[in-house]
Design a protein around this ligand. Structure first.
Ligand SMILES: NC(=O)c1ccc[n+]([C@@H]2O[C@H](COP(=O)([O-])OP(=O)(O)OC[C@H]3O[C@@H](n4cnc5c(N)ncnc54)[C@H](OP(=O)(O)O)[C@@H]3O)[C@@H](O)[C@H]2O)c1
Length: 290
């Protein structure tokens, strides 16, 4: 076998980063170096750049981000640093050493006023600090580095992370009734499936010496559901059907950051280019809770 490709991962303790580390460890064609805040704090641009230059990876996968959507409203500078500046610094360092980069973005770059799934060329119009800074990050990566892939994903959860599924499971142990918003629609995405798709796409690019289709791809679980519908299925599949889920409008559950009402992303381009498709959200939830 030829020399393994070196992959540097930022965000190894996160939902997607953790899955990438686990799954790549089983593949002998990759040599992984995984980092998180204890190795390099992404608020330190010099340390971030130095790490990439010194490691000289073939690929960098950046999963780290300021993902606390409501807190970002009051932590604007930190969100800007982690979601926009650090990705630019990483992309510039990749450009210096001839590495390629995979980065993740979000459905929250859209305002949610659509009624059909968003495609990659649709005009973004983020409504929150998180969405604004993630969009800045996309643009910074794309302008600093030709060889970059950006996967816009949504509603990410995993068995261990801080996420909606685990919040619902905790509430199921505390309450007999919960209120959940029913007028925001999206596509839940299991981090395991996003990581598997990422590794699939990476493998195709690595073997295709003529690959040139870099840029943005939408990558979410298949299917569409509201948060209330998702919650009902979490209760059912986790054996908590006795917990009553009351659907409520978003106006009854105000949050610091506004959320898009409809943030469904068409995954057509991903399938067409890479032949890859994430499983349906119900299938994924069953595996996560099984
Ligand atoms: N979660 C979602 O629902 C969702 C939806 C759409 C898009 N995305 C995007 O998908 C990607 C992966 O999301 P995820 O859910 O896997 O994220 P996550 O679980 O929140 O992980 C983010 C990682 O970044 C690390 N980090 C935070 N501040 C840092 C710093 N100053 N220096 C270095 N590392 C730092 C975090 O460390 P600590 O844990 O120590 O803070 C954590 O390990 C992100 O780009 C995110 O924007 C996520």
């Amino acid at each position: 076998m030829s020399n393994p490709r070196k992959v540097l991962i930022f965000g190894k303790h996160g939902q997607v980063g953790g899955q990438l580390v686990n799954q790549l460890a089983q593949r002998e064609e990759y040599a992984v170096v995984a980092t998180d805040i204890e190795d390099v704090d992404l608020t330190d641009d010099t340390a971030t750049r130095t790490l990439v230059i010194e490691q000289r990876p073939d690929w960098v996968i950046n999963t780290s981000a300021h993902t606390a959507v409501d807190r970002a409203e009051t932590e604007r500078e930190l969100a800007h640093q982690l979601n926009a500046v650090a990705p630019r610094v990483i992309a510039e360092a990749c450009s210096e050493i001839g590495a390629a980069m995979i980065h993740y973005s979000t459905d929250y770059v859209f305002d949610g006023s659509a009624s059909v799934p968003y495609v990659e060329t649709d005009q973004p119009n983020p409504q929150s600090v998180y969405g604004i800074t993630k969009l800045e990050g996309e643009r910074a990566v794309l302008s600093a580095l030709d060889h970059s892939l950006i996967f816009r994903t949504a509603w990410v959860y995993s068995k261990d992370g801080k996420n909606f599924v685990n919040t619902m499971l905790r509430l199921a142990g505390e309450r007999s009734e919960i209120k959940v918003v029913c007028d925001q629609y999206g596509s839940p995405t299991l981090a395991d499936d996003l990581a598997a798709m990422t590794i699939g796409a990476l493998g195709r690019v690595v073997v295709d010496t003529d690959f040139s289709a870099y840029g943005i791809y939408h990558a979410t679980g298949q299917g569409v559901v509201s948060w209330a519908g998702f919650s009902g299925e979490i209760m059912r599949l986790s054996g908590n059907s006795q917990v009553k889920v009351h659907p409520i409008p978003s106006s009854d559950y105000p949050t610091p950051a506004p959320r898009p009402a409809y943030s469904v992303l068409s995954n057509h381009k991903l399938k067409q280019q890479f032949g890859l498709e994430l499983p349906h959200w119900q299938d994924a939830l069953g595996r996560c809770l099984g």
